[in-house]
Write a new protein. Sequence first.
Lengths: 115, 113
Amino acid sequence: DSGVTQTPKHLITATGQRVTLRCSPRSGDLSVYWYQQSLDQGLQFLIQYYNGEERAKGNILERFSAQQFPDLHSELNLSSLELGDSALYFCASSVARREGRNEQFFGPGTRLTVL
Amino acid sequence: AQTVTQSQPEMSVQEAETVTLSCTYDTSESDYYLFWYKQPPSRQMILVIRQEAYKQQNATENRFSVNFQKAAKSFSLKISDSQLGDAAMYFCAYRPGANNLFFGTGTRLTVIP
């Protein structure tokens, strides 16, 4: 158990809909990262938040947005869903210091199926 | 551009034998970290081993070791005494500084009893 929690575990929805994925980081970790893993692919970085502020953006679509709340949990919002958005969405957290190992701990993922 | 390449989509190994998974990366950074992650059928991402680029000594974790060739930008994973539980997807990942991870496309490892 990494200490990172993600809800829900599975999500099935229809095209055009909007969903929210939730992530709670490990206690003490200030940074949250969101990754997308499409079928049998590597993980693609979407976005990073650090202590409530957006720190880095990767290949995140305009239909997707995220935020990190004062209690440090994060939500990833996916809207106008398309079939191609079906994937496993991972959240990871780290201390994100400038120096040091800054290991990222991954949650169990949310499997999104768009029908 | 920062890229990670895993040229072996699939590998197999006999139980108790040794297997090496390959990874190359491209970067202009001097401060970075390299990782191997294991993803079993449960889909959980499990950190296997890490290597700091500034360290010349190759990292070792029990049966897992790496061959880090900084000049060649190569980072291979060696699994010794392979066990059935080692069967999984293995992802090589690169991280510049304290930033996000860049992943390769993975190598599916099969362990033959």
